[in-house]
Ligand binder design. Structure first.
Ligand code: ADP
Ligand code: MG
Length: 741
C-alpha cells in the first residue's frame, strides 16, 4: 500500500473509470461522479462552421470535418517517429502531425497512428492550429471517426452537425477524454440515481428538463436548441437552490423569539420627532412605519435599509432606536471603524440634544444616554461606559462590530443597527442569535444602492426598505474629469483647493495610497485589480507625498493641511478630523477612510487623485462627503484613463449623474460579474456558476417565487431531500449553523 491513500471522495470515480482517469480528472478539480456530471462544457464547437479548411487561422481551436487522404511515417534523428496524415475537404488540405518517442513502444504508437489515420477514413478533427515550416497544421488533434467513434445508428449528417462540447480541460486531461468519461458515467447511470433538486411541479410550471434529460442534453446534445434547454434548466436550478437557501434562512429566523417593542405615545420617540428641525421625507415616513411595525412583533426584525448617501438613514435608524428605548430596551449602533463610531455618537447626541442628557440637570423626563464604547478608550472611561451599558443607563450604545464579539453585557439589548452592510456578514448576523434567548431586532443600512437582482441574490434573507429620494434643499455637486496629462488643468485643480480654503470652505484630497514606499496597502481600491492599460502608468499618488507637496505650494501658504489614513492611531485620526471639521486645517489629504459616513457640512470641494483606480460605488460614496451643507459642491476626478477604457466610462458616468441606482446599474454592466457579487457578498457563499444577475433577472424572480412556495411547505424541506442536499452543499458551514438552532 502507498502511504498516501487515495482521496476517499474519488473512490466511486476510480471504480467506474479507472485509477488513471480519476487521477487525471482530479487535476481539473473533479473528484466525484456528481462533480464530473456537473463539469459543464465551457462552450460548444459548431462543426458546420469549421469544415472549411481554407479559413483556418493560427492559434484558433477548430474542429474540421474531413477525409484522410494520405499518411506517412518517418523516423526522427532522436530515434522516434513522426506520423503525418494529410486530410482534405475535397478542395483544401491540412496536415495532422503526431510525434512518438523512440524504442519499441514508440514504434507501436507510430503504427497505431498510421492505422487509425488510414487514408479514406472520414471524421471530425479537433485541435489548435499551429504552423510548422510555414505550413498550418494540427499537432496531436483529437479525432472522432464515423463508424468508429461516432454512433452508427445516427446518420452521419446529423452527427456532423452535432454541437461538440469543449470542456474546461488541463495538461493532464483533454476535453475529449473528459467527454468520454462523462459518456461512460451517463451510459451506466439510471435517471433515478441522479440527484434532482428541482421538484416535479416546479419543472412542469416552467417547462424545464428533468435532471437526466438535461445532463444528456448538455453533454451529448444533438442540436443547439437542446443545449439551450439544458442550460436554462441548470440556470434555473442554480437560482432556485440559492433562493431556497435564502428563503429558508429567513423562515428559520422567523422562529427566533424577540421582545416586542411597542411605541410609546408620549415617550422619547415623540419628543424626538417634535424637536426635528425638518419634515421627514415621504420615504422616511414609509420606511419608519415598516420598521415600527417590525419592532412590535415577537420575531426579530431582519431588515436591510438602503438609501443614497445623505438620504437620511441615520434619522430613520434613530427613530427606531428611540422606540426601543421607550419600551425599556437598548439599541446598539455598529460602525465599520472607530472614527465612524465616534462620529455617529456625536451626531446622534446632536440630533437628540437634551434628550441625550439623562441624569443631567437639563434633561427632559424621557431622556436617555448615548454611550460610545471603543477599544481605544482609556480604561477608566471604558469601565464607566461598560457599567452604563450593563445597568441600562445607556439607552443607545455606539461602537464597532467588536461590541458584539467582546463580552459586553447589555441590560436588555433590543435592537442592533449596523451601518454599512457590506462589512457585516452572515456570521455576524448569526452571532446575534447566540447572544441570548431573545434575539435583538436587526436593521442593517447600506449607502450603496444595489440593483434589485443583486439584492435578491446576496441579501435575499433580509426584508428590504429603500429610501430613494434625498431630502429637499440638498446642494448640487458638479463633477468633472480632469485628465492628469493636462498640467494646466491639474494646476487649476490646486487653485480650486486654495480658493475653497480662502472662502472658509473645506477641501478633501483623496489618494489611493498612504505613502510612497507602501506599494500595496489597505487604502488601495479593492475592486479594480485589472488595469486596461497597455503602457505603464505613473505610480499612484500617496497621502504623505501629496500633503508635503501642498504644504510647499506658494498658493497654499498659510493654509493648514491635515492627513487622514488607516494607519494612524484612533486618537490621531480623531484629532485630524476635528481640525478639519473646525476649519483650523481646511484641507484634508486622505485615503478612502473618508468614504463612509464622515460628515462635514462645510466641505465643498473634493479632489480624487488617480480616480481611474477607484470603482464607481467607491467614488460615489466619496463624493457623498460633499454638498452636505447649503453650499454647492465640486468633485474633480483626476484620471490617467485613456478614452474608451472601462475606467474612463466609469468616470464619465459619475460626471453625468448622481443617481446611485443609475450608477449601480452602469457598474453592473461595466464590471465582471464576479466582482459585483464579490463586493456585495458578505458571507462565504460560493459565487454563481451559470447565472448572471444582469441577464437572468426573470429566472431569478421566478426561482424566488418557487423557493417561497417550497419553504412555505416546511423549512426543513422534508419532502425534498434532493433539494435539501443541494442547499446544504451550497454553503456547508452556514447550514450546519442553521441545523444547530
Ligand atoms: P445618510 O446616513 O443616509 O447618509 P443622514 O441620515 O446622515 O444620511 O442625513 C444626512 C443629512 O440630512 C443630515 O444632516 C440629516 O440631519 C439631514 N436630514 C435627514 N433627513 C432630513 C429631512 N427629511 N429633511 C432635511 N434634512 C434631513
Ligand atoms: Mg449615514
Amino acid at each position: 500500500m502507498n502511504d498516501v491513500g487515495p482521496d476517499p471522495r474519488s473512490v466511486e470515480l476510480e471504480r467506474r473509470l479507472g485509477r488513471a482517469t480519476a487521477k487525471a480528472l482530479a487535476t481539473v478539480g473533479v473528484r466525484t461522479v456528481a462533480e464530473l456530471l456537473r463539469h459543464f462544457p465551457r462552450r460548444y464547437a459548431e462543426p458546420g462552421r469549421f469544415t472549411l479548411l481554407d479559413g483556418l487561422r493560427l492559434g484558433e481551436h477548430v474542429t474540421v470535418l474531413a477525409r484522410v487522404d494520405r499518411t506517412t511515417v518517418r523516423p526522427t534523428r532522436s530515434g522516434g517517429h513522426i506520423v503525418n496524415a494529410v486530410i482534405t475537404d475535397g478542395r483544401h488540405e491540412l496536415v495532422l502531425t503526431f510525434f512518438t518517442p523512440g524504442g519499441g513502444r514508440g514504434k507501436g504508437l507510430a503504427r497505431f497512428f498510421e492505422q487509425r489515420f488510414a487514408p479514406g477514413k472520414v471524421g471530425l478533427f479537433t485541435g489548435t492550429v499551429n504552423r510548422y515550416r510555414g505550413e498550418m497544421q494540427l499537432t496531436h488533434p483529437d479525432a472522432k471517426f464515423f463508424g468508429e467513434d461516432l454512433d452508427d445508428g445516427v446518420s452521419v449528417l446529423d452527427e456532423a452537425a452535432r454541437p461538440i462540447p469543449i470542456y474546461p480541460a488541463g495538461a493532464k486531461i483533454s476535453s475529449w477524454k473528459i467527454q468520454t468519461a462523462i459518456e461512460t458515467i451517463l451510459g451506466s447511470t439510471r435517471d433515478e440515481e441522479l440527484v434532482e433538486p428541482l421538484p416535479e411541479d416546479v419543472r412542469e410550471r416552467h417547462g424545464l428538463l428533468g435532471i437526466g434529460e438535461a445532463l444528456r442534453a448538455v453533454h451529448q446534445p444533438m442540436t443547439f436548441d437542446e443545449v439551450e434547454a439544458a442550460q436554462r434548466r441548470f440556470r434555473f436550478e442554480e437560482a432556485f437552490v440559492l433562493q431556497t437557501a435564502l428563503v429558508r434562512r429567513r423562515a428559520i429566523a422567523e422562529d427566533w423569539v424577540a421582545t416586542p417593542r411597542e411605541p410609546h405615545e408620549t415617550g422619547l420617540r415623540a419628543a424626538f420627532d417634535a424637536r426635528l428641525p425638518f419634515e421627514l421625507t415621504a420615504g422616511q415616513r414609509v420606511v419608519g412605519q415598516e420598521i415600527a411595525a417590525d419592532l412590535v412583533r415577537t420575531r426579530p426584525m431582519q431588515r436591510l435599509l438602503q438609501g443614497e448617501v445623505g438620504s437620511g438613514k441615520t434619522v430613520v435608524a434613530l427613530r427606531a432606536m428611540t422606540q426601543v428605548v421607550d419600551a425599556g430596551g437598548q439599541a446598539a449602533l455598529l460602525a465599520p471603524t472607530e472614527v465612524l463610531a465616534a462620529q455617529h455618537a456625536r451626531s446622534l447626541e446632536a440630533l437628540l440634544g437634551p434628550l441625550a442628557h439623562a441624569g443631567e440637570l437639563d434633561a427632559p423626563e424621557r431622556a436617555t444616554r448615548v454611550v460610545l464604547l471603543t477599544g481605544s478608550q482609556g480604561s477608566a472611561a471604558r469601565r464607566e461606559a461598560l457599567a452604563q451599558v450593563a445597568d441600562g443607563t445607556a439607552g443607545i450604545v455606539v461602537g464597532t462590530h467588536a461590541l458584539l464579539s467582546e463580552s459586553v453585557e447589555f441590560a436588555d439589548l433590543g435592537l442592533v443597527v449596523v451601518d454599512e452592510q457590506h462589512r457585516f456578514g452572515v456570521e455576524q448576523r448569526d452571532a446575534l442569535r447566540e447572544r441570548s434567548e431573545r434575539v435583538p431586532h436587526l436593521l442593517v443600512m447600506t449607502a450603496t444602492p444595489i440593483p434589485r437582482t443583486v439584492a435578491m441574490t446576496v441579501f435575499g434573507d433580509l426584508a428590504i426598505s429603500t429610501l430613494s429620494e434625498l431630502p429637499a434643499g440638498r446642494s448640487e455637486v458638479d463633477t468633472h474629469v480632469v485628465p492628469a496629462s493636462k498640467e494646466a488643468w491639474v494646476e487649476r485643480t490646486w487653485e480650486r483647493v486654495a480658493q475653497a480654503a480662502r472662502d472658509g470652505g473645506r477641501a478633501y484630497v483623496v489618494c489611493a495610497r498612504i505613502s510612497g514606499d507602501t506599494p500595496e496597502d489597505d487604502a488601495a481600491p479593492d475592486d479594480d485589480g485589472e488595469l486596461a492599460f497597455a503602457s505603464p502608468r505613473p505610480p499612484l499618488r500617496a497621502v504623505e507625498d501629496v500633503a508635503a507637496e501642498l504644504r510647499a505650494m506658494p498658493r497654499l501658504a498659510g493654509v493648514e493641511v491635515e492627513t487622514l489614513h488607516g494607519k494612524m492611531s484612533a486618537a490621531d485620526k480623531a484629532r485630524a478630523m476635528a481640525r478639519f471639521a473646525s476649519g483650523e486645517a481646511p484641507v484634508l489629504v486622505a485615503t478612502t477612510v473618508v468614504e463612509v459616513g464622515v460628515d462635514v457640512p462645510e466641505a465643498t470641494l473634493m479632489v480624487v487623485l488617480d480616480a481611474d483606480r477607484f470603482g464607481i460605488s467607491q467614488l460615489h460614496q466619496l463624493r457623498g462627503r460633499i454638498g452636505r451643507g447649503t453650499l454647492p459642491g465640486t468633485c474633480l476626478l483626476v484620471s490617467h484613463a485613456p478614452p474608451d477604457t472601462p475606467a474612463a466610462a466609469r468616470l464619465e458616468a459619475l460626471a453625468r449623474t448622481r443617481d446611485g441606482f443609475e450608477l449601480a446599474e452602469v457598474d453592473l454592466e461595466l464590471r465582471r460579474e464576479g466582482d459585483v457579487l464579490g463586493a456585495a457578498q458578505s458571507g462565504a457563499r460560493s459565487s454563481l456558476r451559470l447565472l448572471r444577475v444582469t441577464r437572468d433577472v426573470e429566472i431569478l424572480t421566478k426561482a424566488r417565487e418557487e423557493a417561497e412556495r417550497v419553504v412555505a411547505a416546511g423549512a426543513a424541506l422534508a419532502e425534498f431531500p434532493d433539494l435539501r442536499r443541494a442547499v446544504a452543499e451550497l454553503s456547508p458551514e452556514h447550514e450546519q449553523y442553521l441545523e444547530r438552532t
